[in-house]
Design a binder for this molecule. Sequence first.
Ligand code: SF4
Ligand code: SF4
Length: 211
Amino acid sequence: MYLTKHEVKHFGKAAIVASVPVMRTILQLCSENQLKEDDVLTLGITLEGKFLEFPTYRTLENFLANGVQPLTESDKELMAKIDAMSISERWNFWTAELSKCIKCYACRSSCPMCYCNRCMVDYNQPQWVSVPSTEIGNIEWHLMRAMHLAGRCVNCGECGRACPVDLPIHLLTFKASEEAKINFSAVAGLSMAMPSTLSTYKPNDKENFIK
Ligand code: SF4
Ligand code: SF4
């Protein structure tokens, strides 16, 4: 996220040693016009310890076409458990989990795709989301967050790791990404020219989610 900041950009081209989620972040930021080709030189190290240099974003795209980081085993397990729930069980599960949120916004601060200068939750005229932690206010905050990251989340898992009360909120955005992939063939962070999932309309888009 700091790569988008003027204070960093004015130093000139940055070199960054990137894990796969960071590489995906760079491509996604480029597709959202937050980074240009010349802004970043990406370096990487394979699991076998081989040094990689990606002189262009195209070479990064080619590398990522070989596959992206899967969920951890424990996340896979929890995701399968959530997927197996009925809609009301799932609602109860997330309502109970999100009621523990203390609205510290560490998840927002750690997210490489949350780069707005001023987040909606910080507005008070009008006040979109309640400031204190309340059951309904927490649901509002997390629904809004998941919506804003649908088709944009690069599945780095940082929001879940940053959460001081261990909420598995990275699985909410993971699920939204999965839906974007299944329904709109949109996968974030694999292309420097991916159209925005939420604001791109095609006449043959599925509308079965409107009920
Ligand atoms: S996993 Fe969380 S922190 Fe990472 S991009 Fe997705 S929403 Fe942001
Ligand atoms: S990091 Fe956790 S507690 Fe803090 S706002 Fe995000 S979900 Fe809530």
